[in-house]
Design a protein around this ligand. Structure first.
Ligand SMILES: [Zn+2]
Length: 193
């Protein structure tokens, strides 16, 4: 069961898990935020992901590649995302900025211009919505931040994306199809409490 994390036990752990899912950097069109990238760009991870609502829950699942991936075969597009751990300076909270290819290109240009991105604050502005979303970045002088203080709040990459086998994804998709066809409340996934 590669990638399965199993049940989460205890309110404290459940809250931690909920906090993790809530830790994406979210901005509305026109909004801006001051952020600091928390790790060297050489350590940032990226993946092809599917974000799908399955059985009433949003799931982020790693794409297995067009040839093998059951979600791609169902006609859904995967998107390439870089998981950038950032400090939301106003909220003093660690968040994950899921960066598109264009955002990464912009940040590479910034790194070439200004060097180590963990040493400068970035003002990020979101423009537009949906597929027309773009982000603009502006360099701000780095405020005094002890980055070490935040390292243990950065979620591990494997908590941001579910790495499932082809069979596990197929079962997930099959489960949903069966549920919508014929609700079976004896089924563990349908347990209504
Ligand atoms: Zn896929």
């Amino acid at each position: 069961m590669k990638g399965k994390k199993g049940m989460i036990k205890g309110f404290r752990q459940i809250k931690e898990a909920m906090d993790k899912t809530a830790s994406l950097l979210k901005m509305k069109a026109g909004e801006n935020k001051l952020i600091r990238i928390l790790i060297p760009t050489s350590e940032v991870t990226a993946a092809w992901e599917h974000v799908e609502q399955i059985g009433g829950f949003w799931k982020t699942i790693e794409c297995l590649g067009k040839k093998d991936c059951p979600i791609c075969k169902a006609g859904r597009n995967a998107s390439f995302k870089t998981y950038l751990p950032v400090l939301d300076i106003a909220e003093d909270k660690v968040k994950i900025f899921k960066a598109s290819k264009d955002v990464v290109k912009a940040l590479i240009a910034f790194e070439e211009e200004y060097g180590d991105l963990t040493k400068i604050d970035l003002k990020v502005i979101r423009l537009g919505e949906g597929l027309k979303t773009t982000y603009q970045f502006f360099k701000k002088d780095g405020s005094k931040i002890d980055l070490d203080e935040y390292q243990d709040q950065i979620p591990a990459p494997e908590t941001l994306i579910e790495q499932l086998t082809k069979e596990e994804i197929e079962n997930l998709l099959d489960g949903v199809t069966e549920d919508t066809k014929e609700p079976d409340y004896g089924n563990e996934y349908d347990d209504p409490f």
